[in-house]
Design a protein around this ligand. Structure first.
Ligand SMILES: Nc1ncnc2c1ncn2[C@@H]1O[C@H](COP(=O)(O)OP(=O)(O)OP(=O)(O)O)[C@@H](O)[C@H]1O
Ligand SMILES: [Mg+2]
Length: 249
């Protein structure tokens, strides 16, 4: 097999809000994911281009996947390629946005009229149906299994327990660079043999990360809430992660 670094991409088969997906000429079981410079919020209504975001999110995501692998949690990640892309295993994405929350924030705070920033007694997992035309609605396990039929009961249990395990590892990873992992969104995919694997990306676009000392936000809320210095903050996350973990992974 050719080395992943020399893989070549074939035609683009999907363009999302944050990534472009291509085939890999040398291996049909892999895909080539290019991280875009676009930032979107409010289900795509708010949009912007920020030159260099794709590179940062590829670098951060890749480091996180490599850290998880080192700590016993595999993912779709295979190798980095170029400056803003990675080769991953191709999976059938389970259309669930799996949100893990350690702190009350964002849509949860709004929906239940709770103040942002309160630590939860235990991490909780929220499921959303991944469907832009419905604005990714919040659903419960029974709706996922018996109405949408996107996973079996056993699979939903497995996904939630994997998400909580990943949460423990990510909390430690980010605390190591002085960041509190407030909440984050995961996507899981399935191989042909039914095995479930962590997919998509883990980046400041998909996590809330607050500076432990100052409370400063270093994630996409800077864009959603017009706080400014979006990429400067993503860059702090990357530089600190790379300094602390880069050589050991
Ligand atoms: N390993 C993988 N195999 C197949 N598809 C994947 C894999 N990892 C991520 N994807 C999918 O790649 C797509 C492109 O990512 P991107 O983040 O740009 O999408 P998005 O615009 O956020 O969301 P949407 O899924 O609604 O298009 C997503 O649909 C995601 O589920
Ligand atoms: Mg996405």
């Amino acid at each position: 097999m050719a080395h992943p670094a020399s893989f070549t991409k074939t035609e683009m088969f999907y363009e999302g809000k944050a990534k472009r997906l291509f085939g890999v000429k040398e291996d049909a079981s892999l895909i080539y994911q290019e991280f875009k410079d676009s930032l979107t919020a409010l289900n795509g209504i708010k949009k912007s281009e920020m030159s260099g975001k794709g590179i940062l999110n590829r670098d951060i995501s890749s480091l996180v996947f490599r850290y998880l692998k080192k700590h016993g949690q595999s993912s779709h990640w295979v190798a980095d390629i170029g400056v803003n892309a990675m080769v991953t295993k191709k999976v059938k994405i389970i259309p669930l946005e799996v949100v893990v929350r350690n702190v009350v924030a964002g849509s949860l705070a709004k929906k239940l009229n709770q103040e942002e920033g309160r630590d939860l007694e235990k991490a909780i997992v929220d499921l959303h149906f991944k469907d832009d035309s419905l604005s990714d609605p919040f659903i419960n396990d029974d709706q996922a299994v018996h109405v949408l039929k996107v996973a079996t009961e056993v699979e939903v249990k497995k996904i939630k327990s994997m998400a909580l395990e990943i949460n423990e590892k990510l909390k430690t990873l980010f605390l190591g660079i002085g960041l509190k992992l407030v909440d984050f969104k995961l996507e899981f995919g399935k191989f042909e043999n039914g095995e479930i694997v962590l997919a998509d990306e883990i980046s400041p676009d998909t996590c809330r990360l607050w500076d432990v000392k100052t409370g400063e936000k270093r994630d996409k809320d800077r864009f959603r809430r017009d706080l400014g210095d979006v990429l400067e903050n993503y860059r702090i996350v990357w530089n600190d992660l790379n300094k602390k973990y880069g050589t050991g992974l």
